[in-house]
Design a protein around this ligand. Structure first.
Ligand code: 5GP
Length: 205
């Protein structure tokens, strides 16, 4: 079997956080979250924001040895009001009623904070017993609105990243490391640019 995620750094990007460091940090986060959720009233509910948080949520949930439940939301930024407006459109809402539940929001990355602010407001109005947020990555230097984030995996600088759930135009979510893209315009002009280096396959764009 080929380990697709551990090939040499690609030219337009470089490894920012290797998968071993991600694994170790998730273990630490899991311990902390387990302790904090041990007084939950019933099964804590992990809420993932599709699609970027799925890989993180899968690994994080397995580092929390508590009886948990999962739910997911899918959102997009409102095109009419623009990405900086903080207005988010819910494409898929939760399946479950969260009233009285202990909720853990699982985010891949918090950047400006606009998306998370909107989500916390929306979920907070549904009267959960408690609501906390964990994000794998925090680009706090780019924050526009202050937003509470109880657990942060890694603080990262203002760089565009892919891998471990994070994509560029739908690609690279299944790369095990987190890669910093050095040349975003180059990748934008050729979105499959990193595929041969990362996967050793034909470009198959
Ligand atoms: P915010 O509302 O905090 O500005 O944006 C959060 C969302 O922007 C994330 O959930 C993610 O979809 C996207 N995002 C922000 N920074 C990055 C990045 O460096 N890489 C990728 N792939 N997505 C990002």
């Amino acid at each position: 079997m080929t380990d697709m995620a551990s090939s040499a750094p690609p030219p337009a990007g470089e490894v920012l956080i290797p998968k071993a460091a991600i694994r170790a940090r998730i273990g630490e986060l899991g311990e902390k979250i387990t302790a904090d959720l041990s007084d939950a009233d019933g099964a804590p509910l992990l809420i993932g924001v599709l699609k970027g948080s799925t890989i993180f949520m899968a690994d994080l949930a397995r580092s929390i040895p508590l009886h948990l439940e999962f739910d997911f939301m899918s959102i997009s930024t409102y095109a009419q009001t623009g990405p900086q407006s903080g207005v988010v459109r819910i494409l898929k809402d939760l399946d479950l009623d969260i009233a009285g539940r202990d909720v853990l929001m699982v985010e891949d990355i918090v950047d400006t904070g606009l998306t998370l602010t909107y989500l916390l407001r929306s979920l907070g109005s549904r009267r959960p017993r408690s609501i906390r947020t964990v994000t794998l990555l925090d680009k706090s230097a780019r924050r526009i609105v202050p937003v509470p984030v109880e657990y942060v995996g890694f603080e990262i600088p203002d760089v565009f990243v892919v891998g471990y759930g994070l994509d560029f135009q739908g690609r690279y979510r299944n790369v095990g490391d987190i890669l910093a893209i050095n040349d975003v315009p180059r990748l934008a002009s050729d979105p499959a640019l990193l595929v041969p280096d990362l996967f050793g396959l034909s470009r198959n764009p």
